[in-house]
Design a protein around this ligand. Structure first.
Ligand code: HEM
Length: 449
């Protein structure tokens, strides 16, 4: 069973968590970054669904498989919180973002923020997105070896600037590129092994990035408070819960920085993965294109439901390359998961990426097969927590519907403008240093239609 993390209390039926720390300090960090699914598989076979391991400078209890993940996501006896564990990973960079708040305070903020994601708001974001996407795609030049990931990253940042911020009046391209760099520094700082602000180091760059983002957003705050814009920034400034509660200026800035981060890399990797797989599967690409061509050039929010094949492809892309591979929690009291004793203060990680690749739930898990989500198969329904790219419970992604609108609209415009191909034997070299990204940028052969 490896080394015992904490013995179960005397006279309890609970078992101690098995596991091992790996190398001193670094633990399993390098193995995780190389191939998290293979690492989790090895541990699952050796220790089962609940085990502890060392990595990222501390110890975590890993929860593998939908049963174990379900316990912390549903969090029935309120034994798990988000704040300390997420703060450990991304804290100083995304401090007081919604995902890092807990219990009553979290619910109070979530209630206000929900007002920025109503169907009416989504319909208005969709209108703005159509125009901004067309503008952004005008820069995409057909060529062999077109690198989809960096191009999509630039596009989603531009979309965030217009849809989240209502434009960034007076900001130049170079300044926007610096903002993009600040995001990347913040996101990557989370998995730094040296977690101290040593000049030039990853943690230090993350702190600088956070300061740059605050300055950037604060300059637009007065105008967004005063106006009645349709952008997310204005929505957060105006949002009011049923009891009339509103966000303070600091709240708005903290939430904006978190939202920009939450929306940016997750949507980017999903679009990029969809393009890469569709390049390898021309039959699915054409099926999606046919549905897009049957729709208006600028579809409304309600019309997006007609892009049925694209919906299946999106779900399959999120299964294969899970944008948020793990979710962090900390035990706020002694508790248990599947009969194992979890002492108060433990850091815990739920691992949807592992569940999404379990042959126990998904036939041929490495195969791109969007039809598995179709109504006649619904392989995702085999277990309540089999497909969880957006998490579950009270912290379930608040931007889930927004992200579907953004991803589908980008794909819709791409499918109408371009065709593309990827060799059938291509395998993306993925990097899991922070959120997943393809080291080669997901090259495709891009043609204008
Ligand atoms: C493919 C796209 C996305 C994926 C896969 C994704 C995934 C997730 C996951 C797994 C969580 C839960 C984290 C946890 O429980 O610890 C989460 C939370 C969150 N996401 Fe997303 N996300 C996506 C896009 C977005 C977008 C576009 C937005 C905003 C516009 C957004 C806003 C949020 C917020 C605010 C939370 C925190 C919710 C809370 O704690 O109550 N996400 N997301």
């Amino acid at each position: 069973m490896g080394t015992v993390l904490a013995p179960a209390p005397p006279h309890s039926d609970l078992a101690p968590i098995p596991g091992n720390p790996g190398l001193p300090i670094v633990g399993y960090t390098a193995r995780y970054m190389r191939d998290p699914v293979a690492m989790w598989r090895e541990r699952y076979e050796r220790y089962g669904p609940v085990s502890w391991f060392g990595g990222f400078g501390t110890r975590f209890v890993s929860l593998l498989g939908p049963d174990a993940c379900g316990v912390v996501l549903s969090n029935r006896d309120r034994a798990f919180a988000n704040g300390d564990s997420w703060r450990y990973l991304i804290g100083p960079f995304f401090d007081r973002g919604l995902m890092l708040l807990d219990f009553d305070e979290h619910m109070a903020h979530r209630r206000i923020m929900q007002q920025a994601f109503t169907s009416q708001r989504l319909a208005r974001y969709a209108e703005g997105l159509n125009l901004a996407i067309e503008e952004g795609l005008a820069d995409w030049r057909p060529q062999q070896g077109f690198r989809v990931y960096p191009a999509t990253k630039t596009l989603t940042l531009d979309l965030a600037t217009s849809i989240f911020m209502g434009g960034a009046e007076g900001t130049t391209r170079t300044q926007l590129d610096r903002v993009n760099k600040a995001f990347i520094d913040c996101v990557q700082a989370g998995t730094a092994i040296v977690r101290l602000p040593m000049p030039g180091g990853r943690w230090w760059r993350g702190l600088r990035g956070r300061a740059a983002l605050e300055t950037f957003l604060r300059q637009y705050l007065p105008a967004r408070r005063a106006g009645d814009g349709d952008d997310l920034f204005s929505a957060l400034c105006q949002a009011e819960s049923d009891d009339g509660e509103r966000f303070s200026d600091d709240d708005v800035i903290n939430h904006m920085i978190f939202l920009l981060m939450a929306a940016h890399d997750t949507s980017t990797i999903t679009i990029s993965t969809m393009m890469s797989y569709l390049g390898q599967h021309p039959e699915w690409q054409q099926q999606c294109r046919d549905e897009s061509l049957a729709l208006d050039a600028y579809p409304t929010y309600d019309q997006l439901g007609q892009l049925e094949s694209l919906d299946l492809v999106m779900k399959e892309a999120m299964r294969l390359v899970t944008p948020l591979p793990t979710m962090a929690r900390n035990a706020v009291k002694d508790t248990e998961v599947l009969g194992y004793f979890v002492p108060k203060g433990s850091f815990v990680v739920a691992t949807p990426i592992f569940t999404h690749h379990m042959p126990e739930y998904w036939p041929e898990p490495e195969r791109f097969d969007p039809g598995r989500f179709a109504s006649d198969r619904r392989e995702d329904k085999v277990h309540r927590y089999a497909w969880q790219p957006f998490g579950g419970g009270v912290h379930k992604c608040l931007g889930m519907h927004f992200s579907a609108v953004e991803i589908k609209l980008v794909m819709h415009h791409l499918l109408r403008r371009f065709t593309w191909g990827v060799p059938p034997d291509y395998r993306a070299p993925m990097d899991y240093t922070s959120l997943p990204f393809p080291k080669d940028g997901h090259p495709v052969e891009l043609h204008a239609r």
